[in-house]
Design a protein around this ligand. Sequence first.
Ligand code: SAM
Ligand code: DTB
Ligand code: SF4
Length: 324
Amino acid sequence: MASSPAQVQALLALPFNDLIFQAQQVHRQHFDPNTVQLSTLLSIKTGKCSEDCAYCSQSARHETEIEDHDLMPLADVLTAARAAKKSGASRFCMGAAWRGPKQKDLTPVLDMVRQVKAMGLETCVTLGMLKEGQAQQLAEAGLDYYNHNLDTAEEYYSNIVGSHSYEDRLATLNKVRDAGINVCCGGIVGMGESRQQRAQFIAELASLDPVPESVPINLLVRIPGTPLDQSLSGAEQVEPLEFVRTIATARIILPTSFVRLSAGRSEMSDSLQALCFFAGANSIFYGDELLTTDNPGVAKDQALFEALGIMPMNQMSRATAATS
Ligand code: SAM
Ligand code: DTB
Ligand code: SF4
């Protein structure tokens, strides 16, 4: 649903109960309210990135405490994918800290996509900006989703990233779409943006045509050594209820998209996560790690699903397959 930033901002400002009620109604029109999609992440190439994204631990320009590594061997990726499948994930997302892949980088990733898909998992990669023809190669390898975030409102983007532009991000998203790959595109809340800019950001996501099938909403993980950790030091974190409002608003504005409660879950209570699911989040990153930071472990998430009566999406489809 294309909406103006003003309309989105009016939703964000509704009385909390009205907003959550509306989000839950929209959610129930399009999805099973007790089903959550699980994606497991693997950082297949970590650190030494040429870009200067102010939130990111992997920029070569920031002094952070991460363990850099070059592209992982295929066998190690497949071992991780097998474990993800065994734990109940339905999608395996491979992330590489590149401005964009060179052909010599892309060729081994195509093999990873083919072989992970052959295991019966959906595949997703996030490799940075794509050049002409690269999305087509990924599509031919059978890639299901490409993750490339707009991250924040266009007007705020240059406060966060200087080494590439918002237009560059849109150009890659267009290539992905034209190649027939599903789009995973969202952003980060809590980078010092205003509520008005959060509204603009959601309106910009909704103006993509067609809208992204998957929308990750990350809560900024403040990583020591990153410029944002320094500039926000002493500043309050985003109010938890403001984060829930953002999820609910994304659900209403993007009624048919999976809204993923993404980075930041390790610092959230079970109650806050439950509120996010009630507000319409229906996807998470599932596994012990995100790219370079912690995620709640599998056992913790399984206990939360049990407490909330949530059914992981792939288990549902397995159950359906078993009875048909
Ligand atoms: N290099 C590729 C790119 O920039 O698209 C792929 C990897 S990048 C790390 C993927 C996304 O992770 C970013 O667009 C951002 O939304 C999210 N992310 C990275 N660091 C984060 C942090 N500290 N807190 C929250 N989200 C983060
Ligand atoms: C997305 O929107 N969030 C994921 C995924 N896409 C690649 C990454 C979150 C990274 C959080 C910080 C880290 O672990 O380095
Ligand atoms: Fe590089 Fe992506 Fe991190 Fe930006 S977000 S520094 S492009 S890995």
